[in-house]
Design a protein around this ligand. Structure first.
Ligand SMILES: [Zn+2]
Ligand SMILES: [Zn+2]
Length: 550
């Protein structure tokens, strides 16, 4: 009698970010990816968002391993947080593993982690489950799909992928193995659906070289190119094109330098001889002999390009004649920060190129025809689009139905909702504990809870009101006239004066015994002020009473 199979997304289904999925068969659990996402504007002071690991911790005993598809933050960024509480083998291929170690080294003692470097196509046992990583093309080297052999057939995660037939490193998607899986029997394909809205085939990463060549050859002065520190193939092309046009390349940005060093060492990047120079040496060259690769494509406040735009980067100043190439697409939510940076750069006299006739960027995710091809070669019985928001999942479903899939064989997964299978059918089961944990670096390990977040939003939106009340706790009496102080509150003086009166009225109702409790006084004052201000102005400032005990 075979056991039921459960696939439980704890992040990354119905959203783009913090990918993390548990696959459970009997007494064995395997986790695929442990990623993070970035906060939106409703999360002030939050640095990163990670999945709620409660379900994994509650089923810790079953955990046989963690497998990582590729080294993007939305797939590996929360690993160090999970590994604080669980111990199990962590599997990845060479490049992904090296990147994980580099990043985790800053956060924890990595010698305590049971890292197991594996090769593509290696078959690895994790209890009764057996899995392998299969090469796919994407915007970071050595990306993989994961195929898990279960009692009901293969569960295949495409991972993030595109079908690039002219990849920069020449390493093609392993279509042969994916096709073989199709023949052996794929139960369900969990497919990337990020770019399902885009018809046709996406351009090859190699096509970006033309855009870079056009832009760099037209530039009169220095060229600064910004992209993700992990986009090694993009940087490879920048080195090659710069070399071809007689320019040297320097790097500004710690993360990018680290990544390039690692890639050169492991031979994932081939820098033409004598092309890479130190940033400080760029000064000794003519402007039209220089290309500078830099971080900051997403407007991250502390990244090199953002600092340059604020004249805070001492090693390099932007000046008239500089050309800045944005070789990256904005991650939704970052647009405002990016445009602020772009505007400042224009104001400094630079030419900023973010969209052109010849593109200087292309996506790492499959377009519609590529997604169809993946279905066609793996021939899964069931489909489940992930790595997408509900609209992407919806469009994917329509696409699959056009391909002849009946609706009941396509699952719209959501975080915390198990997709279950027995011998005869698949269904969406009862939800498990799932959610997000907001991490405030430097804050407590438990994350920022909803109340803290609400308070931050209240202050950010409507300011803060401070009732100042002197209390004789021994006698149980209010001393003098309580008053209101306000910061960042845009209501009128009139409202504050009335609110103070309402508060005094409420405090007058208190009996001496009530007043002996400072909390009771605080609560009464805050409640009165909060309600009055909201009724009068519809605003919700944070109200924090200050009690002076005399
Ligand atoms: Zn991703
Ligand atoms: Zn990715």
């Amino acid at each position: 009698m075979s056991s039921n199979l459960k696939i439980i997304p704890l992040g990354g289904s119905g959203e783009i970010g913090k990918n993390c999925t548990a696959v459970i068969q009997g007494e064995d659990m395997l986790i695929v990816d442990v990623g993070l996402s970035f906060p939106n504007e409703e999360m002030p002071g939050v640095d990163i968002v990670i999945p709620d690991f409660t379900y994994i911790l509650e089923n810790k005993k079953l955990l046989k391993g963690i497998v990582l598809t590729h080294a993007h933050e939305d797939h590996i960024g929360a690993l160090s947080y999970l590994l604080r509480d669980v111990k199990c083998p962590v599997y990845a291929t060479e490049f992904t593993m090296a990147m994980i170690k580099m990043k985790m080294d800053e956060k924890m003692d990595i010698r305590s982690v049971d890292f197991r470097q594996i090769n593509f196509r290696d078959k690895i046992k994790a209890g009764s489950l057996e899995f392998e990583i299969i090469r796919v093309t994407h915007s970071i080297p050595e990306s993989g799909a994961v195929a898990i052999n279960t009692e009901h057939g293969y569960v295949v995660f495409t991972g993030d992928f595109k079908l690039d037939f002219t990849p920069v490193d020449g390493k093609l998607t392993d279509i042969a193995r994916l096709t073989e899986l199709g023949t052996e029997g794929v139960l369900v394909l969990l497919s990337d659906s990020t770019n399902v809205e885009r018809p046709g085939w996406g351009p090859s990463e190699k096509s970006v070289a033309d855009g870079l060549r056009a832009a760099i050859s037209q530039a009169k002065g220095r060229v600064l190119l910004t992209t993700f520190a992990s986009n090694v193939h993009r940087m490879q092309q920048a080195f090659d094109v710069a070399h071809e046009l007689g320019r040297k390349v320097a790097v500004a940005g710690r993360r990018m330098e680290q990544t390039l060093d690692l890639c050169e060492r492991l031979k994932y990047l081939k820098v033409p001889k004598n092309v890479r120079i130190k940033l400080d040496d760029a000064r000794n060259l003519q402007d039209d002999q220089v290309v500078i690769l830099t971080t900051g494509s997403q407007g991250e406040p502390m990244a090199a390009l953002s600092q340059m735009s604020r004249e805070e980067y001492s090693r390099l100043r932007i000046r008239e004649g500089d050309t800045i190439l944005y070789s990256a697409r904005p991650i939704p939510g970052n647009e405002a920060a990016i445009w602020r940076t772009v505007n400042r750069l224009f104001r400094m006299g630079a030419e900023v190129i973010y969209e052109g006739k010849t593109p200087v960027h292309c996506s790492g995710h499959a377009y519609q025809e590529e997604l169809k091809m993946m279905v066609n070669i793996t021939r899964p019985f069931y489909l489940a689009p992930v790595h997408g928001e509900p609209r992407h999942q919806h469009i994917y479903k329509n696409m699959a139905m056009d391909m002849g899939y009946p609706e009941h064989r396509i699952f719209t997964m959501a975080d915390g909702l198990p997709l279950e299978f027995d011998e005869n059918k698949g269904w969406l089961g009862e939800p498990v504990t799932c959610g997000r944990v907001l991490v405030d670096n430097g804050g407590s390990a438990g994350g920022v809870d909803d109340e803290v977040l609400r308070d931050r939003l209240s202050v950010a939106n409507d300011g803060i009101i401070i009732p100042v009340i002197a209390v004789d706790v021994e006698r149980g009496a209010i001393i003098g006239q309580p008053s209101l102080d306000a910061k960042g509150f845009s209501g009128s003086e009139e409202v504050l004066r009335e609110a103070a009166e309402v508060m005094c009225d409420a405090l007058d109702q208190l009996k001496p015994n009530d007043i002996k409790s400072v909390d009771h006084v605080k609560h009464t004052a805050a409640d009165a002020v909060r309600k009055f201000v909201h009724r009068k102005t519809k605003m919700r400032p944070l109200v924090v009473p200050a009690i002076v005990e005399v």
